[in-house]
Design a protein around this ligand. Sequence first.
Ligand code: ADP
Ligand code: MG
Length: 433
Amino acid sequence: MFKCLYVFMVNPIIKIQNLSVTYNLGRSNEANVLKNINSEIYPEEYIIFFGPSGCGKSTLLYTIAGLEVPTQGKVIANGKDLQSLSEKELINFHLFYTGMIFQAYHLIPSLTVEDNILLPQIFAKVSLFKRKAKAKDLMKRFGLFEFRKRKPSMLSGGQQQRVAIARALINESPILLADEPVGNLDSKNADIFLDLLEELNKKDKKTIIHVTHNPRDLPRANRIFYMKDGQIIREVVNTEKVSLDKMSQEKISELERLAQAYPYLTESRLRSKLILNNLIFPFDIEAQQKIEETIDNYIVGKISKTKLFEKLDNPTEKGGANLYAQRAKNLTEKISKLAEKMKIVKTQQDSPSTPLKNKAVEIRTHLLDNYQGNISFEQAKRLNEFLSLRIIGKLKKDELEKLLDMPLKSGGMGLNRRTAKNFSRQIELILIK
Ligand code: ADP
Ligand code: MG
């Protein structure tokens, strides 16, 4: 059954209403961390809250778990306002309704794997025999049985996170809350763990609420709430996942692909971009991104005109944009003419790129893509220089901001104060990613 139909027939398992959380209310360090959040989460959904570090994701998750108290508004779980629960009811909610998984695992170091998993069962009115049998099933399922007598420190990160998930499941809570659960894992172990979360969602019918700053995780979700500065700025339904019921990076929608490329645009801007792209550009988003990247490499002098043609012509497997040869040829000519006319092409050589240059290009592209004003060639060049210096640590955050603001003739980039500040903020956000 399609989730979207399902949604109208079932009551939300979690309802977040006009939720605001302010830390240090009334003090000089008052921080308005969540601002009027509204959302409904339905049973068996896989939800992701996505946003940059510091946007309030963890605070939101803790508030949903009843571990943080709303300053305004409420969280309603299965029809009940969490704040109206007695202390005992709230403990029961933590133990039997939600299971929590953290980035840093939060296992108890002095307990064995088995005892860590059994911990939430201490308060359950179940015999020790039954509890142990349940833990055994979970340990077998997650490949932990042979390590059951070990302490967490003797396990790899991936194994520790699987202990954490077994612990979250032992009481058969219907909701799993995961705070950057693969943030400490390498990409192979992250994939294994995310596959597991998806399996728990599909086979075991768990409702998953997952917060992350990593766009790689997004295709896993049925719905994604994009967050920025304590607010939900956009909601995207992963239609491909709902209809095909199969996660695949290739199958995520064009809109979602755009959303990944421009995480900070609003949904309506994304849709406009999609329409505009379809109007003026006969390629899909993936080919477009490849072409854009290739042009970028060409104009910064990383690749020659011959290489530009090859990149446009080559099939996707070889890292190309997979255009027909004639089309690739025409496009190469057009690009090189335009670049020449705009005097934006540097000396063309096929020099190998350095990671530093890549990072600077990534940040510059992001900044300029999202900037509405005009930037001269000279300004773009300065921006590149400053970014490189910032990346290698030769410029501090505030020094960079000053340079962005400073007039061109004094050696700066000549932006106005607000834009300089805004650029600086975005640069730091990308750098900490
Ligand atoms: P995220 O998980 O998206 O990185 P958090 O929810 O951890 O964001 O934090 C959001 C903002 O709230 C940050 O600016 C953080 O510094 C601030 N913050 C978090 N916890 C507290 C607290 N206990 N007291 C004051 N400020 C806090
Ligand atoms: Mg966090």
